[in-house]
Design a protein around this ligand. Structure first.
Ligand SMILES: NC(=O)C1=CN([C@@H]2O[C@H](COP(=O)(O)OP(=O)(O)OC[C@H]3O[C@@H](n4cnc5c(N)ncnc54)[C@H](OP(=O)(O)O)[C@@H]3O)[C@@H](O)[C@H]2O)C=CC1
Ligand SMILES: O=C(O)[C@@H]1CCC=N1
Length: 262
């Protein structure tokens, strides 16, 4: 199967690497196109095939579109029409309707991956056009499963997925950074603090995933009467941490909706 990636930046680069390193595609089946050669150079040096955007439209059965929304018009112009192609877009704010209009392909999948895809542990929100047949869907699953877990949603929920899991890792990284600093402030080394924070996060997430309990239930298991945890929880409530996190996601969601209108 010939597959092309248009826009080899953060996400396009991750997809290219995962497709090849997991053996999902052979380098001979994959073609990369981007605006500046600088981004493509490390791929060219590793034997990836470099192409033009137009060539990808002409020769690839599957085309990933991975440019920023602000660059999409120019990219669509260069791509031209690609009526029989299966299009998989990571572009934030660019609707399936718009992709169908610009490419004339009716087989369009809009995805919202996140960067843990780098190690195959991503969350991939996905909405698809109605014209995909069983074979197309198998192709999509084959290509995307090397990135992580696929969650199919209605297209109207993609902006919510963008806020929660697409942008989500950035918020988690800010929280991790702050917790590591808190450890350092109490005298732990950076390395020890980092490992303890990450293992605590990983263990807590695994516990919830494996046992399925509501997080509030386990919070009570940790919290001893007149103990240490309740002091921390009381501080979190006074600092309105919950509200701040919900507002963070809401503002991100509003921007995702705005981008869809621009
Ligand atoms: N980063 C993330 O975590 C996520 C991003 N997304 C979405 O994926 C898309 C890509 O994001 P990201 O990878 O971070 O962005 P990047 O800017 O890192 O990558 C986009 C790439 O597309 C190239 N490009 C721009 N215009 C064209 C064109 N006309 N033809 C070919 N290539 C072009 C850019 O070239 P140049 O190097 O010259 O700028 C750049 O290398 C965005 O729409 C984003 O919203 C979705 C989920 C997560
Ligand atoms: O910041 C952005 O716009 C993109 C969408 C999700 C993650 N990065």
């Amino acid at each position: 199967m010939k597959c092309g990636i248009v826009g080899v930046g953060n996400i396009g680069g991750i997809i290219a690497k995962r497709l090849v390193e997991t053996g999902t595609l052979d380098k001979s089946e994959l073609f990369l196109a981007s605006r500046t050669f600088e981004r493509l150079k490390p791929f060219a040096e590793q034997g990836f095939q470099i192409s033009s955007v137009k060539e990808i439209a002409e020769k690839c059965e599957v085309i990933f579109l991975c440019v920023k929304p602000q660059d999409s018009d120019k990219m669509f112009e260069e791509l031209g029409e690609a009526p029989d192609r299966l299009i998989i877009s990571t572009m934030t704010g660019v609707t399936i309707k718009r992709i169908v209009e610009r490419t004339k392909s009716v087989k369009v999948v809009r995805i919202m991956p996140n960067i843990p895809s780098m190690i195959g542990q991503g969350v991939i929100g996905l909405a698809k056009s109605e014209s995909l047949n069983q074979q197309d869907w198998q192709t999509v699953e084959k290509l995307l499963s090397c990135l992580g877990k696929i969650f199919e949603v209605k297209e109207e929920l993609i902006p919510a997925v963008t806020a929660l899991s697409g942008s989500g890792p950035a918020f988690i990284f800010v929280i991790v950074d702050a917790l590591i600093d808190a450890g350092i402030r109490m005298g732990l080394s950076y390395d020890l603090s980092r490992r303890m924070v990450l293992e605590t996060m990983k263990g807590s997430a695994e516990l919830l995933l494996q046992l399925g309990n509501h997080p509030g239930e386990f919070r009570h298991v940790v919290t001893s009467p007149a103990g240490t945890t309740i002091e921390g929880i009381y501080r979190m409530e006074r600092e309105r941490v919950r509200g701040a996190l919900m507002k963070t996601i809401q503002d991100t969601y509003m921007r995702a909706l705005e981008l869809q209108k621009e």
